[in-house]
Design a protein around this ligand. Sequence first.
Ligand SMILES: [Zn+2]
Length: 498
Amino acid sequence: MPAARHVWLPVTVRVAWEMVCAGVKPRPRVIAAAREHVLLSLLPEVGPSELDLVVRALARDFLARVREDRYESSQLAHLDEVQRSALEGVDAGRIVAALSPVGEALWRMHYCDGERVGQVAARSGVPLSQLHTAQAGVREIARTVIAERCEGVEAWTDARVDVALEWLANRAVPGCPGPVGLLSEAGGVHADQCPRCSRAVRLVRAGVLAPSDLFPPDPGPDLQAAKVSLLAIDLHPDAGLHRGTLARALDGLAVPVAGGSWLADPADLPAIHEAILPRARIGAPDREQLRVAVVTGRGSWKAGASLGPAALEALSAVRGQAWGELGPLPALPSPLPPPPSVRSFWMVALALVAVTVVVGKITIKPSSATGLTPLDAHFVSIDGGWDVRFDVDDLTAVEVVSYGPAGLALVPSPGDVGKAAWATGEGDFALRVPGAAVALIGDADGDLDIAALVEGLATRPDPLAALEATLAVSNDAVQFARTPIESGDPPQRLVDGE
Ligand SMILES: [Zn+2]
C-alpha cells in the first residue's frame, strides 16, 4: 500500500470527482469515507501511472457499497507488464492533439471519466452512430501513436486498444505540483495537460474541495493499524423467503450485503443471536440455511458500510463455509415441529362451535331468563274439576287457584307444607282440584302475595285471565300455567251456567 500521505491529493481529488459524476452530493463526510475506503484498499503494487484508474474503480466500489449494498471486487481491465511498459513511453498529448471534437469528448467522458458511450450520447446530444464512427477514429489514432513504442499493436483487438486508451487517459502527466503549486500560474499550465490536476483545479473552483482538503494531515492516517473484525452471515439462496424478516431482525445490528448476506461487528454477537433465535425456532430460516464466519482484516465502519478489503475477505470466508456452520454464533435450536395445519385448526374450531351450540340449546331450553326449570303442568278434565299433574323447580313455591261457582279461590295445601303435600314420589306433583278452571302459579322468589291478588281480582269478569295478565308484568321469577280455555265457552258463561 502506498504511503497515505503520498497519494492523499490524487485520491482525494479522484473520489470527489467520482462523487460529482455519480450525482452524489460531495459532502466532506462522504468524501472522507470514500477516501478512507480507497486508502484502505490500495494495493502496494499500484504504480503512479495507473493510480487514478485504480482509485476510480475503488471510489465506485465505495458507492456500490454505500448506495446499493453491493460488495464486489473491482473489475479492472488487465494490462500485462509488456503493454504497461510500452504505454509508459506514449505521449497521450499526441493522441489528444489528433482527435476530432467528438473524439475529444469521447476521450474525456468515456475513456477518462468512464461513462458508457450511450451515456455520452445522452449527455452530449451527439447521435450514437456518430460517436461510434468517432470512436473508430480514436482507436485508429491510438494504434498509430502506440505502435511507435510497441510492436504488434495492429493486431490488438478494439477491446485491448480501449483498455490502453483508458489507461492513458487517466494517467497523470509527470511532475504534478503539490497543493500549493497547483494554484500558481505554472500549476495552471500543467493542469491544462494533466487530467488529475485539471480535476483538482476545477473541484476547488467549484467549491467541492477546499484547498486545505488537498493537504494530507500530519501525521497521516495509520492505515496499517486500521484492523477490524467482521462477522459475516450468509443466508442460503433457498431461504430467500426469509430474507426480509431476517433483514428486519438484523436491522441496526448488521449492514446488509446484496444477495442475502450481512456484515456485523462481532461485539454484537449476543444481540444478533437473540435476533435470529426466535426465527430459527420456527425454521425461518432453519439453522441449516445459515453460515457464519469471523475475519479480521484491514477495514473500518463508516457511512453505514464496511470499508476496506476486510469486508470482501469476510464474505469470501463465509461463502467457503458449510451450511449450518455458525462459527462463533451460539448454537441455534432445530425448528419446532410444524404447527397443525390451518385446516385442522378450523375443523377443531367448528367442532367446538357445534358443541357450544348444542350445550347452549340444552342450557337455554328452560326458556326462562332466570334459568329455572319451567313449570310443566298437565290438566285432565274430570267431572266437576281437574286432575292436575305438574313438575317445577324444587325451590319454587307453587300456589293453586281454582275458579268455580264460588268464584276465584286459593287452594290451600294440606298441612300447609306447600307443594310437598302433593308430591307423587316420582319427582313430580299431582292433585285434584274442583272447579271449572284451574291455574298454577310458580313463585321462585316466594315474595308474591297470591292470596291478596286472588281477593283483589275475584270480582273481575274473567278473573283468571286478569290474574295471568297481572302476573305477566310482575317479575321473571313468576310462572303461570292454566287449564285450556274452551273457545265459545268463556268463563263468564261458566259462571252463568253454574
Ligand atoms: Zn498533474
